[in-house]
Ligand binder design. Structure first.
Ligand SMILES: Nc1ncnc2c1ncn2[C@@H]1O[C@H](COP(=O)(O)OP(=O)(O)OP(=O)(O)O)[C@@H](O)[C@H]1O
Length: 367
């Protein structure tokens, strides 16, 4: 494989693709981090799968460029295009495509054969353990549930020791309980593997749990690309206008209050109480705060049942829908959203720059 150094390569993924089909054009220039999960998010037809296929080399953008951690896989300006089968990548589709005539173990071993010992980055045992599929090894694919099949497909992709893992809505074909069964495994990949994952989804909940970086696509163009904590609270993007708009808060477990079954998280030096967690002190967690669960007060009040009252500053406001105002807040350097009635916004005289208190009614743990 040709792996010349990229002229403008970053430590992560650098990609530029343009495709033009009748009725649809993809025009995307992206820089994604070298670690963690980058979610491609957008409505049906926005170009998520097309972009993923460009990353895989399944679509060849005429003047495309792609470099991963300094290795150039495509640079059409120099006539360079590494074909898909020579790219060290794993691709997981919506429907697991296992070989029906091979047992789970043989399916996994088939994946292993594609890499030499020197290129091995994930052992078969490690892939099996990460996806929890040890008990399934001797089964034939037809005797697996949808969720189990997908876990095997992910393990098989990992067993090829990819340098990049591409996942196209891997949970979309599963019902809610199967989804819930797989998500913890996907989260584990995140923590335990040093392989960047590009994950296509149109489910905000999945993105919130898994993604570190979000690319929002619209009509084939990148509308926003950035860390999840930066993209979700942007008032100019559709996330914030969603009925269930929320932000994610990365926090640390600071204390447990056993008497009241509560845990105190800390972010930016501020406390955030949450229902008691079974997590060690110092553990990093990700929590979700819904915009509709945040109300605003001009004075710090502790005469209500709300436990979390945080000092905040108003960054910006937006008329979300008739009668409602979205307020973006800065809380110790982190963004929170509050959705209040426009009447309250007017009565309280809320304007950018104002110091006030955010009363957070509910905090849910994501991971
Ligand atoms: N090979 C192709 N030739 C022509 N048009 C195509 C081709 N592949 C995709 N398209 C069109 O490109 C657009 C984007 O499709 P794509 O599958 O990338 O969107 P998506 O965001 O992944 O959608 P979904 O969430 O529904 O899977 C669509 O209008 C689709 O019809």
């Amino acid at each position: 494989m040709s792996r010349a150094a990229a002229p403008a390569a970053t430590g992560g993924i650098e990609a530029r693709f343009r495709l033009a089909w009748p009725g649809f054009a993809l025009e995307a220039a992206l820089q994604l981090p070298a670690r963690g999960v980058s979610a491609l998010f957008g409505q049906s037809g926005s170009g998520k799968t097309s972009l993923l296929r460009c990353l895989a080399g399944l679509e060849r953008a005429r003047d495309g460029f792609l470099a991963l951690r300094g290795e150039v896989w495509q640079d059409e300006a120099r006539g360079l295009f590494v074909p898909t089968h020579r790219r060290p990548l794993g691709y997981v589709f919506q429907e697991a495509s296992l070989f029906p005539h091979l047992s789970v173990r043989r399916n996994l071993e088939f994946g292993m054969r594609r890499v030499t010992a020197a290129e091995r980055r994930v052992s078969l045992d490690h892939a099996i353990a990460l996806l929890g599929i040890e008990p399934l090894l001797e089964r034939m694919p037809e005797r697996l549930s949808g969720g189990e099949r997908q876990r095997v497909a992910i393990a098989r992709a990992l067993a090829t020791s990819p340098r990049l893992l591409l996942m196209d809505e891997p949970l979309a074909a599963l019902d809610a309980p199967r989804k819930a069964e797989i998500l913890p495994y996907l989260e584990r990949l995140h923590g335990e593997l040093d392989i960047p994952v590009v994950y296509v989804s149109h489910a905000a909940e999945e993105v919130a749990r898994l993604a570190d970086h979000v690319v929002l696509l619209r009509d084939g163009r990148v509308q926003a690309s950035g860390a999840i904590a930066e993209v979700l609270p942007r008032l100019d993007l559709p996330f914030a206008r969603d009925e269930d708009a929320f932000v994610v808060v990365e926090a640390q477990v600071a204390a447990h209050d056993e008497r009241f079954a509560l845990t105190r998280l800390e972010f930016g030096g501020l406390p955030l109480w949450i229902t008691g967690l079974d997590a060690p002190l110092g553990a990093q967690v990700r929590a979700r705060v819904l915009a509709r669960d945040v109300s605003l007060a001009l004075a710090e009040r502790h005469d209500s049942s709300i436990l979390n009252v945080l000092p905040a500053r108003v960054v910006s406001l937006d008329g979300a829908s008739p009668g409602r105002t979205l307020v973006r807040l800065d809380c110790a350097g982190r963004a929170l959203l509050a959705r209040i009635t426009t009447r309250s916004a007017v009565q309280l005289g809320i304007v950018p720059g104002m110091a006030l208190f955010a009363q957070v009614k509910g905090v849910a743990l994501l991971r």
